[in-house]
Ligand binder design. Structure first.
Ligand code: SAM
Ligand code: SF4
Length: 469
């Protein structure tokens, strides 16, 4: 029997890349590969890349420079190492990578991961292999499923891709070009995946998609199901105690999704809803196709359904043409909404996108200044949100032993890490925790007494506005 070959995957960027990396590991397991934590002893290294901003893209070439040294060292000790570039940089710059980086053996775009075994064979035969087509067949039908032991090793929380690609064409964004048109997976396949995960100990599922609430998958009844319909069904799968979804677009929030938040305690009251800017002028130039007020109204609908709901968002500062007045509108929106967390980025022109041709770029100093002010405001809101947990009893889903001996770490409904001293038997359970203090972004607490737990649960029930409709 041949000894197993070793595979090292390094993922950059979004949650979908994390999920894709796992599916590549599962698919290559069938070819005799086992995962290794270091590139040094790997027979195959995959860089699963991100193209969303220039900085993210450029990381690939510096990492390839380091890998050239590792590959040469392996060759000197008589071992052949192959290097593959996957992900959105592979899709956008495939031929350029082949030209610029002779160290690379395989370039594979996100829609072709199921062809990895054939690409490996082709690279062995022909020296190098490139595939960045958008194949007509559904890659999910061909990617191998994780083995039960792989699911258990990955822990109690799992991503499941339900939708991929984007038809929105925001003028700054590469996603519609690198991930292609919007495609939704059929409901039955998602139910199968979630059931398999639940049967092997997974308790929390995050449904992911570039535009997850644009989900419109074929239902088992022949109807097209929305994300809300899907959530109602997945909440019934035994073992699944928490459901999340990311990333949503404000235009695609429909009444079924809002109702699902109202009706299903399994859906966590924490929604990532990017807005990008608070200025209508800039939102129009970004082709977001909603105004700041329309965004506010979407937030209000969520809040009316579930009083304890909290939000996170994404912001871009320094989009071409953004004035101080536009930026002030963004600050005003953030102040008004009050976020539990948010990500903010300096605008980065991406080749091939409409905004890359727009003039009137803000200066580097203006961008830095705006980013600092926005991040300061968001940090203040996040700290206040976290501090508000002190003294309260909140539900925590326990995930794993923490770094400190004897401590177990889990997450609250709002993804705040929470640490308690307890036995590892509690991993996989949701337990009420009374929060005593805050250390940076982590909550520290103790397992709650029965009376503290009862009080907390009546508060949560009150926050969930159940009209029975
Ligand atoms: N689909 C999501 C949406 O509609 O907002 C997000 C997709 S993108 C992977 C994640 C975030 O990256 C975006 O929300 C945006 O804030 C940021 N982003 C995308 N393109 C960017 C660019 N060219 N420059 C700076 N930030 C960018
Ligand atoms: Fe990019 Fe999101 Fe806009 Fe689609 S909706 S183009 S993924 S920012």
């Amino acid at each position: 029997m041949k000894p197993p070959r070793k595979l090292h995957i390094k993922s950059y960027g979004c949650q979908m890349n994390v999920y894709d990396a796992q599916r590549m590991v599962d698919t290559l397991a069938g070819e005799g590969f086992v995962e290794t934590a270091s590139a040094d002893d790997a027979d195959l290294v995959i860089l699963n890349t991100c193209h969303i901003r220039e900085k993210a893209s450029e990381k690939v070439y510096s990492e390839l420079g380091r890998l050239r040294v590792t590959k040469d060292e392996a060759a000197r000790s008589g071992r052949q190492m192959s290097i593959a570039v996957a992900g959105c940089v592979a899709q956008a710059e495939g031929a350029e990578i082949i030209r610029r980086a002779p160290v690379v053996d395989i370039v594979v775009g996100p829609q072709s991961y199921h062809h990895l075994p054939q690409l490996l064979a082709r690279a062995e035969r022909e020296g190098r292999a490139l595939e960045t087509e958008f194949p007509v067949e559904d890659k999910f039908g061909f990617l191998a499923q994780p083995k039960p032991e792989a699911i258990r090793a990955r822990g109690i929380s799992s991503f499941v891709t339900v939708q991929e690609g984007c038809d929105k064409f925001c003028t700054f964004c590469v996603v519609p070009y690198t991930r292609g048109a919007e495609v939704s997976r059929p409901v039955s396949k998602i139910i199968d995946d979630v059931t398999r995960l639940a049967d092997n100990g997974v308790r929390e599922i995050t449904l992911i998609g570039q535009n997850v609430n644009a989900y419109h998958g074929e239902g088992p009844d022949g109807r097209t199901w929305s994300l809300g319909d899907l959530l109602y069904r997945l909440a019934r799968i035994p073992g699944i105690v928490r459901l999340r979804y990311s990333t949503s677009h404000p235009r695609d929030v429909d009444d079924t999704l809002i109702a699902a938040h109202r009706d299903l305690p399994e859906i966590m009251p924490f929604v990532h809803l990017p807005v990008q800017s608070g200025s209508d002028r800039i939102l129009a130039a970004m082709n977001r196709r909603h105004t700041a007020d329309e965004y506010r109204r979407v937030i209000d609908r969520f809040r009316a359904a579930r009083q304890d709901i909290a939000f996170s968002s994404d912001f871009i500062v320094g989009f071409p043409g953004e004035t101080e007045e536009d930026f002030a509108a963004t600050l005003a929106l953030v102040t008004q909404i009050g976020y539990a967390a948010a990500y903010s980025f300096k605008y980065s022109p991406r080749p091939g996108t409409p905004a890359a041709d727009m003039q009137e770029m803000a200066s580097a100093a203006e961008m830095d200044g705006r980013l600092e002010r926005l991040q300061g405001l968001i940090d203040d809101q996040q700290s206040a949100f976290n501090r508000a947990a002190i003294g309260r009893t909140v539900d925590v889903l326990f995930e794993r032993p923490a770094r400190n001996p004897g401590q177990i770490v889990g997450r609250t409904a709002y993804l705040q890490p929470a640490h308690v001293m307890a036995s590892s038997d509690i991993i996989g359970q949701i337990l009420p925790v009374t929060i005593d203090s805050l250390e940076r972004y982590s909550l520290l607490g103790r397992l709650a007494s029965a009376s503290e737990a009862a009080q907390a649960h009546s508060r949560i029930a009150a926050a969930q506005v159940t009209t029975g409709a």
